[in-house]
Design a binder for this molecule. Structure first.
Ligand code: FES
Length: 289
């Protein structure tokens, strides 16, 4: 097993040192060793990988580009972008929570303890926490909650209070409740089955949290509907926000422009690369999808 970074990805052009709040980080290609890869429910799996120390040097909201094995003998040509679910520096482990639905993630789901897994990263720009914020609200749905989990880890480390609104189809697929609560978050599951995930109810919850002084900033991932709602409430009540965008990618580091999305800045439409300019963006500039 090798943990040496590949030269291809350590070129200076790929160093993320040009942003004020991002110290220089070197992108690497690593072989991780699968520690476990278990089902958490009927749809999602949780992978724990032992990785090189450099792969642990990641921000909440960044992602890795994964070279998934084939589930069926035919080639899987492209890497798959996947946000980091959790980092355990003491154990040299990185974790992913993913839905087994396409060929890449089905192939990933076949990996067993002790297998090698090739990953490139950490890539992209992650979440930022303003030191003035004392309480934040994260709102996610499905696997989008996996992207928000490390933000809660970061917030907890900085003593920032967290309310996590966990949206899901039914109680069986409410993701990451224990993980959020482990970081001291107050969790509020909202479900399709009892109607609590309805936009009007979530809007009421968000406004209530603002009234209670528990919403200095909003964060979301995993649902266009929830993004639109948070944007609307954030704009009306003056709450800043960030969104982690999901997008199909090829290169993952800004070269191919496959991941372009439209944003609106000061009334002007503009295109940005989700992999390189994001995947975390100012919520008020995101147009949705
Ligand atoms: Fe190639 Fe974003 S995936 S530029």
């Amino acid at each position: 097993m090798s943990y040496e970074p590949c030269e291809k990805y350590t070129d200076s052009a790929l160093r993320f040192g040009d942003e004020d709040h991002y110290p220089e980080r070197i992108v690497g290609e690593f072989l991780g060793e699968v520690v476990s890869n278990d089902w958490v429910n009927g749809e999602y799996k949780h992978m724990i990988l032992k990785v090189h120390a450099r792969a642990l040097d990641s921000y909440a909201g960044q992602f890795f580009h994964l070279l998934c094995p084939s589930p069926d003998g035919a080639e899987v040509y492209m890497r798959r972008p996947m946000s980091i679910y959790r980092i355990d520096k003491a154990a040299s482990q990185i974790e992913f929570l993913y839905k087994c639905e396409g060929r890449g993630t089905r192939g990933m789901g076949m990996l067993k303890e002790g297998d090698d897994f090739n990953l490139a990263g950490p890539l992209g720009k992650g979440f930022t926490l303003d030191p003035k914020w004392k309480n934040i609200v994260v709102l996610g749905r499905g696997v989008g909650l996996a992207t928000l989990a490390p933000l809660s880890q970061l917030a907890a480390e900085k003593g920032v209070g967290i309310t996590a609104i966990l949206s899901a189809r039914n109680p069986g697929v409410v993701m990451s409740k224990d993980l959020f609560e482990g970081f001291g978050a107050t969790t509020i599951p909202v479900l399709d089955t009892d109607g609590t995930s309805d936009v009007a109810n979530v809007e009421k919850i968000l406004n209530g949290l603002i009234d209670e002084g528990k919403a200095d900033a909003f964060f979301t991932c995993g649902s266009n509907r929830l993004l639109s709602l948070m944007k609307k409430v954030g704009k009306a009540r003056g709450v800043p926000g960030q969104v982690a965008m999901e997008q199909i990618m090829v290169c993952g580091f800004g070269a191919c422009y496959v991941c372009m999305r439209t944003f609106e800045i000061d009334g002007e439409k503009t295109l940005k690369r989700v992999c390189r300019d994001g995947p975390v963006f100012n919520m008020q500039e995101a147009v949705g999808w």
